[in-house]
Design a protein around this ligand. Structure first.
Ligand SMILES: O=P(O)(O)OC[C@H]1O[C@H](O)[C@H](O)[C@@H](O)[C@@H]1O
Length: 297
């Protein structure tokens, strides 16, 4: 379903068709949503949806709570990436120079992934995924997703299986569900140096708390945990293996085609990233772990 009837008007809400699939799940099952093969978990600790296309968490909510992640009700059809949840931008983030000739946000979010293990009980679940197709690079990715009533943690692990050192960038491009983008503050960035991509890459220092007033596309040089406060909920955004925090919202002018107007202010992207500020150099045999962990603050 990709029409207006799939859109829910209440804040934090999932697209109606996805929420229905979650509600109809008891325990764990495979299903199809918007042409994607998804694993749906609806258990004592909460619910989670994972797409094999893109290896992407599409939804997470602790039991009895509203969704923590935003999802477009009108995603583009395959082979496009889905806008929402936690897209994997790997092994290239945005417009940074790359050793390898790759698309803007890399290849992972358009790859097909397989589920290697799902290990869960009433307390939570641990899911391991890896590419279902050959990765024609020296680098090989895999992910571990840990969900419980208290947290969602996504780990993106890169192994170097080749013979020469490789430089790469990446991001866990998380779309966080908010009541209204323009009521949001991101706490923890005061004083941090940032690159303003909307001002041609101009650099500046963050003065005071970051308050979202309009379109924003910034790479902060920051490795500390942040808090997204939308006035109704405070989400702690912890991370590992990342010295860049990207904060992005396109605003009305830049609204992507796969974001209905009514849903535009239902999210803010706060991304755990390794960018041009902190690219990863991996030697042969090396491994890097990038993680983002969400919990209530
Ligand atoms: O539309 P996408 O390819 O998913 O990219 C969406 C956005 O992602 C990042 O946050 C970048 O900083 C932005 O410059 C970009 O516009």
């Amino acid at each position: 379903m990709s029409d207006a009837s799939n859109s829910s008007t209440s804040a934090y809400a999932l697209p109606v068709s996805l929420q229905t699939l979650v509600d109809e799940t008891q325990g764990q099952r495979d299903a199809t949503w918007e042409g994607r093969q998804v694993l749906i978990l609806n258990q004592v600790w909460g619910s989670l949806v994972l797409s094999r296309e893109g290896g992407q968490v599409l939804h997470f909510a602790p039991q009895g709570q509203a969704p923590w992640l935003w999802m477009s009700s009108t995603p583009k059809p395959l082979p496009a990436a889905i806008r929402g949840g936690i897209p994997l931008c790997w092994p290239r983030f945005g417009d940074e120079a790359s050793d390898i000739d790759l698309p803007f946000h890399g290849i992972a979010r358009k790859m097909s992934w397989q589920i290697d293990a799902v290990d869960g009980d009433d307390e939570g679940v641990e899911i391991h995924i890896s590419p279902a197709e050959a990765v024609d690079l020296q680098l090989f990715p895999r992910c571990v997703i840990l969900a419980s009533a208290q947290r969602l943690r996504v780990e993106l692990i890169t192994e170097h299986r080749g013979t020469t050192p490789v430089r790469f960038t990446q991001a866990l491009h998380t779309y966080l569900a908010v009541q209204d983008t323009h009521s949001c503050r991101v706490e923890g960035l005061t004083g941090a140096r940032y690159i303003d991509k909307m001002k041609g890459g101009q650099e500046a220092d963050q003065v005071g708390e970051l308050v979202i007033r309009g379109p924003l596309d910034r790479i902060y040089h920051s490795s500390v945990p942040l808090v997204l406060n939308d006035g109704h909920r405070r989400l702690r955004i912890g991370k590992e293996g990342s010295d860049s925090s990207v904060v992005w919202h396109p605003g009305v002018e830049g609204r992507p085609a796969d974001v209905p107007e009514a849903e535009l202010n239902g999210y803010l992207c706060v991304e755990a990233a390794c960018t041009r500020l902190d690219p990863i150099w991996l030697p042969p045999g090396g491994q890097h772990l990038l993680a983002q962990e969400l919990s209530l603050a």
